[in-house]
Ligand binder design. Structure first.
Ligand code: SAM
Length: 259
């Protein structure tokens, strides 16, 4: 028997109704290159393998990796043993469909890591804390809107599909979960010429939520720059949309302002 490890965010999905709902939402097809992050005890792995001939998984827990090796033959399951945060998804040379009931303790950094592979991804389906999904889909000028919203909405269309109560898992987490779909935007509606500058501007703008843009972006932009951009320097980061952040990043880049 496997004892759930808190440090690996192990809350195993055990409610057949919600397993089915996840698989129906993913709609696996025979030709797909599917990657599951954190297969655990196979709650999603098994029904996914009922629909596709082969699956990749990324798992960190050595005991679970050993167990997965005994349960699934290598021609059906390729096990990438290690940390999904460091996994180079481009090692799998195909357009990927990625899914998983993610370890909640690393969900935000993992989403940022996955965003770097957006060009190679067809779609992603994840179980996450509801509160994180609310931040992912939040609109400007709402309390949930922040760096995660901007950085993900820059690259993905994000759909909050359904909620899952704590009792659907063992052990039951303290919070409600949500299943979410991310679809890479092709083409991007707004293009940051240098994605690294865009990421820095967004991080700086949200570094202190209560401060105005004049304050948080003072090393990058003067009042004249704000005027040229047509953006009120007295606003806060939460008032700007993705398009505004892209405009600022491209302005900073074109003006060779230190960033
Ligand atoms: N998919 C299973 C299910 O639905 O029951 C398990 C989900 S559990 C919430 C998260 C899984 O991710 C566990 O199997 C855990 O060991 C694994 N995990 C935790 N941290 C990880 C990491 N950094 N990289 C890869 N897998 C990780």
């Amino acid at each position: 028997m496997h004892i759930a490890r808190k440090r690996f965010g192990q809350n195993f999905l055990r409610d057949a109704h919600f397993v089915r709902a996840c698989i129906d939402a993913i709609r696996p097809q025979a030709g797909d290159t599917l990657v599951e992050i954190g297969p655990g005890l196979g709650a999603l792995t098994r029904p996914l393998l009922a629909q596709v001939p082969h699956l990749h998984v990324v798992e960190i827990d050595r005991d679970l990796i050993a167990w997965l090796h005994t349960e699934f033959p290598p021609e059906r399951l390729t096990i990438h043993a290690g940390d999904a945060l460091k996994f180079d998804f481009s090692r799998i040379d195909a357009t990927l469909r990625i899914a998983g009931n993610l370890p909640y303790n690393i969900s935000t950094p993992l989403l940022f890591h996955l965003a770097e592979f957006a060009g190679q991804i067809r779609d992603m389906h994840f179980m996450l804390q509801k509160e994180v999904v609310q931040r992912m889909v939040a609109a400007p000028s709402t309390s949930a809107y922040g760096r995660l919203s901007v950085m993900l909405q820059y690259r993905f269309q994000i759909l909050h599909l359904f909620d899952v109560p704590p009792q659907a898992f063992h052990p039951a987490p303290k919070i409600t979960s949500s299943f979410v779909r991310l679809l890479p935007l092709h083409p991007l509606p707004y293009i940051a010429q240098d994605p690294a500058i865009f990421a820095k501007i967004v991080a700086a703008a949200f570094s202190t939520r209560r401060k105005t843009l004049r304050n948080t972006l003072k090393t990058q932009l003067s009042d004249q720059d704000f005027a040229a951009l047509g953006i009120d320097a007295g606003l806060r980061a939460e008032n700007l949309g993705v398009a505004d952040f892209v405009r600022i990043a491209n302005y900073v880049q074109a003006a060779h302002v230190p960033h």
